[in-house]
Design a protein around this ligand. Structure first.
Ligand code: CP
Length: 531
């Protein structure tokens, strides 16, 4: 298949690598780990980039030990050029944008950027921006962006080393996993990456163990269910151990209570106790159980107490060591050093093209409809447009609010006309909204796209001389983008207007007909994506 499959690729979320690609990466990591432990230099040289001009840049805008240092050591293994941006004294502090900063560094012959930031979706944005910069400036390599943890979103390279360690402990069997996620499931980006990450196993059972204050966000839990996982929820380790079906892999995370305000801090001991392992729990664990942790553990309040370090439960130390091996292989792949023999399913940029604005043929507009007298108040409309079936089935207050939004988004706030709430002819309890606008309104293809994006499921009637002469039905578009008044409502997203990074909001329809932000993955209804 050739090294091109991996060369120059970015890793913004774990799903940027297909299941086959990840399994290939793990197979290579297994061989590398063995060669390193045996000091087999012949084998190791097959993995080495061995190019002092190959630039790997670390940009950590949040603290790190494991991710930063394992990547730095991995880069040194490769005998490549390793740099570390001094973020405290960089031009970030003069208000420079992410795009300008990273384009500048790419111009100095750097090919891989490893970024940790509070801003979610930053690698996805830079991947696109830097590709254009590379093209404009004739750079020979398209830069790769590797997400080393972005806010509460994802930590895909941690996910890779977690998956590698689970597989190692499963004897490389991918048929099933039973995993308990314990601790701060709300803030923990490493557990969020499990929602797609665990798809490398054919059958997945996940037990979420956290008090409601630290519970897994609904969007990730739903994703797990959509991915076919069996998901169970428990408030505490005590509650979990009251039943008999107990996981043999436990993944702990550090409660980040300091992020949660006064009321939670007052209850911190009680909340921590719910997710901290105690000596008396040990007898309830199935034989062969392993504990894992992305680390760091809190030195005062570790959820895995230190008395467990020297027991067979300890999987977290080997997990941490595996981090460097996995990252060596990831760098070798994106540098194009290995990957030639990959034959599995490669990542495709799926672009769903479907018609979502359907014009009803004139012959199919029913005679009674053609003559249907839509009114502009007390008088029928002779010429104008009528948007019908708005928010059919919602309550009247919601419909009114949404009609105001449609009117604003479609630029229909000026001039004559009105909004009306009606009920379905067949069901008097089924409300719908209707917007009337008499006069001349020219709608081009972009306006129709806009209408579908803000008023999916409605009907647009163009009325001339009292007759419906054109009729369109709108459906949810597969993608919504290219409109200035779109916005992701996640304040931590790189595309949120408050960050002034100039990132145009863009959304992709989800399987449950909502819209996921292309950068941070936050899921919205189509009504929630407008500024
Ligand atoms: N697991 C992890 O990301 O650790 P660091 O914060 O030390 O990089």
């Amino acid at each position: 298949m050739g090294t091109d499959v991996f060369t120059g690729r970015s890793l913004a979320v774990i799903d940027d690598l297909t299941i086959s690609e990840r399994r290939y990466l793990f197979e290579k990591t297994r061989i590398l780990k063995e060669a390193l432990l045996q000091d087999n230099q012949d084998k190791l040289s097959g993995f080495r980039i061995d190019d002092p001009d190959f630039g790997i840049y670390e940009v950590f805008l949040e603290d790190s030990t494991r991710t930063r240092e394992s990547f730095r050591n991995a880069a040194k293994f490769h005998r490549s050029k390793v740099s570390d941006l001094a973020t405290d004294s960089s031009s970030f502090n003069k208000g420079e944008s992410y795009a300008d900063t990273f384009n500048t560094l790419a111009g100095y012959h750097n090919s891989v950027f490893i970024i940790r930031s509070k801003l979610e979706g930053v690698c996805r944005w830079l991947e696109e921006e830097a590709a254009l910069y590379a093209q404009r400036n004739g750079l020979t390599r398209r830069p790769s962006f590797i997400n080393a943890g972005d806010g509460k979103h994802e930590h895909p390279t941690q996910e890779l080393l977690d998956e590698f360690t689970f597989l190692e402990d499963n004897g490389w069997d991918t048929s099933s996993i039973h995993l308990a996620l314990v601790g701060d499931l709300y803030h923990g980006r490493t557990v969020h990456s499990k929602a797609d990450g665990m798809r490398i196993f054919d059958s997945v059972k996940i037990d979420l163990i956290a008090p409601v204050e630290l519970a897994m966000p609904e969007s990730y839990r739903l994703r797990m269910e959509e991915n076919g996982y069996e998901v169970r929820i428990f408030d505490s380790i005590d509650a979990y151990l009251q039943q008999k079906d107990i996981a043999d892999k436990w993944y702990f995370t550090r409660p980040q209570l300091e992020r949660m305000g006064e009321q939670i801090l007052k209850r911190q001991d009680e909340l921590r106790a719910k997710v901290t392992f105690r000596r008396e729990f040990t007898d309830s664990l199935p034989k062969g159980t392993k504990f894992y942790h992305p680390l760091p553990r809190h030195r005062v309040h570790p959820t895995i107490p230190t008395f467990l370090d020297d027991t067979p439960l300890n999987g977290w130390e080997r997990q941490s060591i595996n981090g460097m091996y996995v990252r060596i292989i990831l760098l070798a792949l994106v540098a194009g050093k290995i990957g030639d023999d990959f034959t599995g399913e490669a990542k495709r940029r799926d672009r769903v093209d479907e018609e979502y604005i359907v014009q009803v043929e004139s012959s199919k507009i029913h005679a009674s409809e053609k003559g249907e007298a839509y009114s502009e108040g007390v008088r029928p409309i002779l010429n104008g447009l009528v948007i019908d079936h708005i928010c059919k089935g919602d309550d009247p207050a919601t419909i009114r609010r949404h009609m105001a939004l449609i009117s604003k988004v479609m630029g229909l706030d000026d001039g004559k006309g009105g909004e009306w709430i009606s009920t379905s002819k067949k069901d008097s309890g089924m409300y719908k909204g209707i917007i009337f606008r008499p006069g001349s309104h020219q709608l081009d293809r972009k306006d129709l796209k806009r209408l579908a994006a803000v008023a999916a499921g409605c009907t647009l009637n163009i009325i001339h001389d009292g007759q419906v002469v054109e009729k369109y039905r709108t459906h949810l578009p597969p993608r919504i983008y290219n409109f200035d008044d779109l916005a992701c409502n996640n304040k931590a997203c790189i595309s949120h207007p408050s960050h002034n990074e100039g990132v145009p909001a863009r959304f992709v329809r989800t399987r449950d007909n909502r819209y996921s932000c292309s950068y941070c993955g936050t899921v919205h209804t189509f009504k929630e994506i407008w500024k």
